[in-house]
Design a protein around this ligand. Structure first.
Ligand SMILES: *Cc1c(COP(=O)(O)O)cnc(C)c1O
Length: 502
């Protein structure tokens, strides 16, 4: 055994061997160039790897000196380093078919928007500088005109996200007063954003009216007192009340607000600029319609159906927006320059709705035609059959995608799913392994249906198909995947993980 310990290569020998980039394959976000990693980190990781080797010798897992040569250890060491050095926050493949998947980062930006972000963060800019006067400018000026043009509103402002927008609106207009809201609209968005709790934080007092399923105009009327400061409508974005149900129309609420001199606030949640009726998604008002119906202030998210960056957009009457801009809380909720750049580029695309539909990924995925999805599913299936051989049975099944992000709840989008029935493990096991693949493979998130693992091409891009195949190949333990390259006697608890089905 002491001979075996002596056979272990030294730290320096291993570090030199690691410095050959050809060993680590193509550089991706999951697999950084090892030579570019901080030297102290490489040392720590190599040290930990050597400790694992010594442990494997002690426990008798390694009995052959040949398994301890530099060449023999290098693949496992490389895998160990790649796994440990990859960023914690990283890319995943979304095969769930949920277009606006909040847990997977919501909307993807259009190319125009990512380019604008890169430009804004690598260079100085006129963020708060007025190029016409050479004096201090406002960061809010960059998108206000566009926002007004697209929505028909008089004025607008953007903050960090829609939760911040709601807080800021209520804090500005309603602090200390009563706000009338329907019991059918006291929504929880998830991640513990609840309308009643946000109102409490803003110092506004909630005056609930109506019943869970039905609220009438007279309920609002009867609740108005001298303490009332606003009428609030919250878009029931993530659920639908069906059956015996009544909601007061925005236009009716606006008429009441005008008669009693009270502002009407609408938290629109998702807030879309396009009418999706031609694509089978009806019933959601556009921001322009809500503004035209007379809402005094409307707030919505930048990264839901809009398909832009995380942001909270507020549009409405000029004097109200001016008050909101002056609220000191605004400074704490302000939007950063990268977001602003992405937002302006996204809003610009909406000047031509058809251009936006083609260029904004969220819109493109939401409106993808069923025949195109079927064709892409067949293409993915063909690739997977070639890559996975008899390790899995690949099939096609009709199914449903979702818009997600609390938009168009309970509304299904027909799609064609690729089903994967693994030969050597359960579909549940496959699903778990796909989340823990070794780099350069990317984690793949899909769904289980009818005891098979299913992939929806709607939320995958064609260039991602080879990456999907690579993740599945590795999770199924096929050769040529990084785990399969692991020498049989190589040590390591997590480094690399063996997902063998044989
Ligand atoms: C999503 C949503 C919010 C929160 O928006 P974020 O941009 O996620 O902060 C608030 N209200 C409604 C109705 C929503 O749907």
């Amino acid at each position: 055994m002491s001979n075996l310990f002596r056979s272990l290569p030294s730290m320096d020998v291993l570090l030199t061997a690691l410095a050959h980039p050809e060993l680590t394959g193509p550089e991706t976000s999951a697999a950084p160039d090892l030579t570019a990693l901080p030297r102290p980190l490489l040392r720590d990781l190599t040290n930990a790897f050597l400790d694992q080797c010594r442990e494997a010798i002690r426990t008798g897992e390694i009995t052959d000196a040949a398994a301890l040569s530099t060449d023999a250890l290098l693949p496992a060491l490389t895998a160990h380093v790649l796994r440990a050095a990859r960023p914690h926050f990283r890319r995943v493949l979304n095969a769930t078919g949920v277009v606006i998947h909040t847990n997977l980062g919501r909307s993807l930006l259009a190319e125009e928007a990512t380019a604008a972000v890169a430009e804004a963060c690598a260079n100085y800019s006129n963020l708060e500088f007025d190029l016409a006067t050479g004096e201090r400018g406002s960061r809010y000026s960059h998108v206000e005109e566009l926002l007004c043009k697209v929505t028909g509103a008089e004025a607008g402002l953007v903050v960090n996200n829609n939760a911040a927008a709601v807080l800021l609106v209520l804090d500005t207009l309603c602090k200390g007063g009563e706000v009338v809201v329907s019991r059918g609209q006291l929504v929880e968005i998830g991640g513990s954003f609840r309308i009643p709790e946000v109102m409490e934080k803003s110092g506004a007092v909630l005056r609930e009216v109506g019943a869970t399923n039905r609220t009438h105009l007279r309920d609002y009327e009867n609740a108005i007192t001298e303490r009332t400061v606003a009428l609030l409508k919250v878009h029931t974005s993530n659920y639908r009340i069906t059956g015996f149900h009544k909601e007061v129309l925005l236009a009716e609420l606006v008429a009441l607000g005008r008669a009693r001199n009270l502002p009407v606030i609408e938290d629109l949640g998702s807030g879309s600029f396009l009418d999706f009726t031609p694509w089978g998604l009806s019933g959601e008002p556009t921001v322009r319609e809500v503004v035209a119906d007379g809402a005094d202030v409307v707030s919505f998210s930048g990264d839901k159906v809009l398909g832009g960056p995380q942001a909270g957009l507020i549009v409405g009457r000029r004097e109200i927006i001016a008050r909101i801009k002056r609220n000191p809380l605004n400074r704490a909720l302000r939007i950063d320059k990268m977001t602003l750049a992405a937002l302006e580029a996204t809003l610009r695309l909406y000047l031509d709705p058809e251009l936006a539909r083609r260029k904004v990924p969220t819109l493109r995925m939401m409106t993808a035609p069923a025949d195109e999805l079927a064709r892409r599913a067949r293409k993915l299936a063909t690739r997977l059959r070639a890559a996975l051989g008899d390790a899995a049975v690949i099939g096609l099944a009709s199914g449903m995608s979702r818009v997600g992000g609390g938009s168009f709840p309970e509304r299904d989008l027909p799609t064609t799913l690729v089903s994967v029935a693994p030969a050597g493990c359960s579909a549940t096991t496959l699903k778990e392994r796909l989340l823990d693949v070794a780099p350069p493979a990317l984690p793949l998130v899909g769904r289980l249906e009818d005891d098979t693992f299913r992939l929806d091409p709607r939320t995958l891009d064609d260039p991602e198909f080879p990456l999907v195949a690579a993740a599945l190949a590795q999770a199924l333990g096929l050769p040529n995947s990084p785990d399969a390259a692991r020498p049989a006697a190589a040590p390591g608890k997590r480094a690399p993980r063996a997902h063998r089905t044989r």
